[in-house]
Design a protein around this ligand. Structure first.
Ligand SMILES: Cc1cc2nc3c(=O)[nH]c(=O)nc-3n(C[C@H](O)[C@H](O)[C@H](O)COP(=O)(O)O)c2cc1C
Length: 204
């Protein structure tokens, strides 16, 4: 079948896109509000965008025309931390997507343990195996509802023992990813092919 995008409303478009673009990694983003409360929310429109310097990007939509807490805090503080959750953190990660009032911290509400970051003020989630401390680099708006927030990573926090010969042990990381709707997946079989890229130079 063929679907012309102009025949779809926003909700159907969202459903279609989030079913097509799977699986998606999840940035579990911590930010600080004006009064120092720690906000946490998951975002799966997430990727890395640059290696030199290292940068990641997250696409964030508006909630009925209103900016979400995460982008508001990012714009005000010019920094954020991307935590990568593993399977053990899935319940807290999922629940942190609920709409809490601005003055409620998901971290306090859901008992999410945090630790100070090294190079920015926004704490990281203590049990997350990976945390990327980011300085907001740029924001690009797309269409009526969405902006893409790019952060430069100024510190990589990697749980001790997870990095071997410069590579993250993916099975030990045990990441969760998002599918369509309230569905998640863990790693399935890993299929290893003959390396084609001679070095990271080929991959920008
Ligand atoms: C796993 C998961 C992934 C999500 N990914 C995104 C996303 O990429 N972009 C987005 O705008 N909202 C996404 N959401 C919805 C936000 O997490 C949700 O709107 C949240 O309430 C925002 O919180 P905040 O207002 O504290 O920033 C996602 C929700 C879940 C559960």
């Amino acid at each position: 079948m063929e679907i012309a995008p102009e025949t779809l409303n926003v909700e159907s478009t969202y459903k279609l896109l989030t079913g097509c673009v799977v699986p998606r990694p999840i940035a579990w983003v911590t930010t600080l509000s004006d009064d120092g409360r720690i906000n946490a929310a998951p975002f799966s429109a997430f990727t890395f965008v640059s290696t030199k310097p290292p940068m990641v990007g997250i696409s964030i939509g508006k909630k009925v025309g209103v900016m979400k807490d995460t982008p508001r805090n990012m714009l005000a503080r010019k920094e954020f931390t991307v935590n990568i959750g593993d399977l053990g953190l899935l319940d807290q990660l999922h629940l942190s997507a609920q709409e809490y009032p601005v003055d409620v911290s998901e971290v306090e509400e859901l008992d999410i343990e945090v630790l100070p970051a090294q190079r920015i003020k926004t704490p990281r989630i203590a049990k997350a195996p990976v945390a990327l401390e980011c300085i907001l680099n740029q924001v690009v708006s797309f269409g009526e509802r969405t902006s893409f927030y790019v952060g430069e990573i100024v510190n990589f926090h990697i749980r001790d023992g997870l990095l071997k010969n410069g590579k993250i042990e993916t099975m030990e990381l045990n990441p969760v990813c998002r599918l369509g709707g309230p569905n998640y997946a863990t790693l399935g079989e890993i299929i290893t092919k003959k390396a084609i890229f001679v070095s990271s130079k080929d991959e920008g």
